[in-house]
Design a protein around this ligand. Structure first.
Ligand code: BG6
Length: 482
């Protein structure tokens, strides 16, 4: 079968330190904001605990025990033919509290080993500097990203990393899903303090909370732009990308009010941050949004200059599902964890309420190309589902294969449309903890990990049926999707 994927297309998978590594106190690591989140479910939201050592189940403390499975996991990726592995660095392995000047050598050594092993196996590391966590001390003592001083702490951490791994890593992402913080997760993404026992992932924000989130987000955007400039100055071969949670919104009907609302949702969800990181300034809609919500944001001349000078080299994003908007307020609902709007009658939904919509991915890829004309990477995509071991000890995850097949086909079609797509990393190539619910039962991997929702299990790795399938896809450069 013909393939539209160009030669050298990057195929691989992704993980995030706090959802994969575990070993939360190993080798001098400090506790991160993620270490303070208890487990939840689709009906029971995750809660925050000030004391991360209190009795209770904290999923990030053990996660998939990736920290102790590094070699074996990289071998599995190499066996599948990965040419790229997207992973994040836990800031707390390098700077346990976040405001130190000297890094923790054991942390530096750990990631050096990871990157060297990747290189030895022909895998390009794609490194996220901050994926839904920061040193907890920066939240407790400074109030998280609400404090401008975090810009300097982050820049110091990032510069240390860029210097340390010069030549080993070329592709960088400054912040995971930078747009999530003000939309859903002010603690998760921005490290803003929440009361003990509170639910840190929420879809409703008061104007006061928005003021705090958008201020903190502004600090992240400035920090990101500074790091882009430093990365380029240190080595012109460094490629730095933004990473946006791709939240495509459709109008429920052709009623102009619905169409306008969907346009506004796309602007707010995707372009508020994307425009700053790609074009170097806030779009007009951001200013309108601040007025509507009575937000006072201080963008100094110096900030504006930094944003303008630190624009990214590529645009990366996650894509799982699309949302649907209606102007009829009575119809709006929470359709699943982390998604609001209304159900789309043309789509099917997972057990967690997420729609399956490969055409939305093609739409988004085309929209981004028209808007930014930058190389694109899909750095998260996958199906969170319950997997069951058969009596023969296998996992026949045909539903996951079907999901991935349709999305890879959509990417191929988008490339034929003229999109410059350079890479694809499936989310959670190995089972890991869900960010939204803290569950292990919401599995994304093509490799199963033996552990349950209380942290029990052997952590044994078991390739699923989708493993061999994805291996064939990669070997054929996307031609063999059967
Ligand atoms: C993205 C995040 O929001 O979606 C990941 O970058 C997350 O960290 C993924 O795991 C899937 O969401 P969830 O809630 O199913 O883990």
């Amino acid at each position: 079968m013909a393939t539209h994927f160009p030669k050298g297309f990057l195929w691989g998978g992704a993980t995030a330190a706090n959802q994969y590594e575990g070993a939360w106190q190993a080798d001098g690591k400090g506790d991160s904001t993620a270490d303070h989140l208890l487990g939840g479910s689709v009906t029971q939201p995750r809660r925050f605990a000030e004391d991360a050592e209190q009795p209770g189940y904290f999923p990030a403390h053990v996660a998939s025990d990736g920290y102790h499975h590094t070699e074996a996991d990289i071998k599995l990726m190499a066996d599948m033919g990965f040419s790229v592995y997207r992973l994040s660095i836990a800031w707390t392995r390098l700077f346990p509290k976040g405001d130190e000047r000297e890094p923790n050598q054991a942390g530096l050594d750990y990631y050096r080993r990871v990157f060297e092993l990747c290189r030895q196996n022909g895998i390009e590391p794609l490194v996220t500097l901050s994926h839904f966590e920061l040193p907890y001390h920066l939240t407790a003592a400074y109030g998280g990203w609400g404090d401008r001083r975090l810009i300097d702490f982050y820049v110091h951490y990032a510069t240390t990393v860029l210097r340390e791994y010069a030549g080993l890593v070329r592709y960088w992402i400054t912040f995971n899903e930078i747009n999530i913080g003000f939309l859903l997760g002010s603690y998760l993404s921005l490290g803003l303090p929440v009361p003990d026992g509170a639910v840190p992932i929420s879809t409703t924000q008061t104007d006061a909370a928005l003021q705090a989130s958008l201020t903190a987000l502004h600090h992240q955007l400035v920090a990101s732009a500074k790091v882009v400039q430093i990365a380029h100055a240190l080595d012109p071969a460094n490629q730095v990308g933004c990473m946006i949670a791709g939240m495509v919104a459709y109008p429920l009907t052709a009623a102009p009010a619905d169409v306008l609302l969907a346009q506004r949702a796309n602007e707010l969800n995707n372009f508020y941050c994307g425009d700053v990181q790609v074009r170097g300034h806030y779009p007009a809609m951001a200013k309108r949004y601040w007025q509507e919500h009575d937000i006072q944001l201080t963008v100094t001349d110096a900030d504006a200059a930094v944003l303008a000078a630190g624009t990214v080299d590529f645009y990366s994003f996650s894509y799982y599902s699309s949302g649907t908007e209606t102007a009829d307020a009575d119809k709006r609902e929470l359709t699943g964890n982390m998604s609001v709007g209304v159900k789309n009658p043309y789509l099917t939904y997972s057990e967690w309420g997420w729609s399956t919509d490969p055409t939305g991915l093609r739409w988004y890829l085309n929209t981004l190309t028209s808007r930014y004309e930058l190389p694109l990477m899909v750095v998260e995509n996958g199906l969170g589902a319950v997997d069951t071991l058969t009596a023969a000890g296998t996992i026949e995850d045909d539903y996951r294969i079907a999901y991935l097949r349709e999305h890879i086909q959509a990417m191929s079609d988008a490339i034929a449309d003229g999109v410059n797509l350079i890479g694809y990393t499936i989310w959670g190539w190995v089972d890991l903890v869900s960010a939204g619910t803290g569950q292990m039962a919401k599995r994304y991997g093509v490799v199963y990990v033996d552990r349950d929702d209380t942290g029990q299990g052997t952590f044994r790795r078991l390739p699923k049926k989708s493993y061999a399938w994805y291996k064939r896809v990669i070997a054929s450069n996307g031609a063999d999707l059967a």
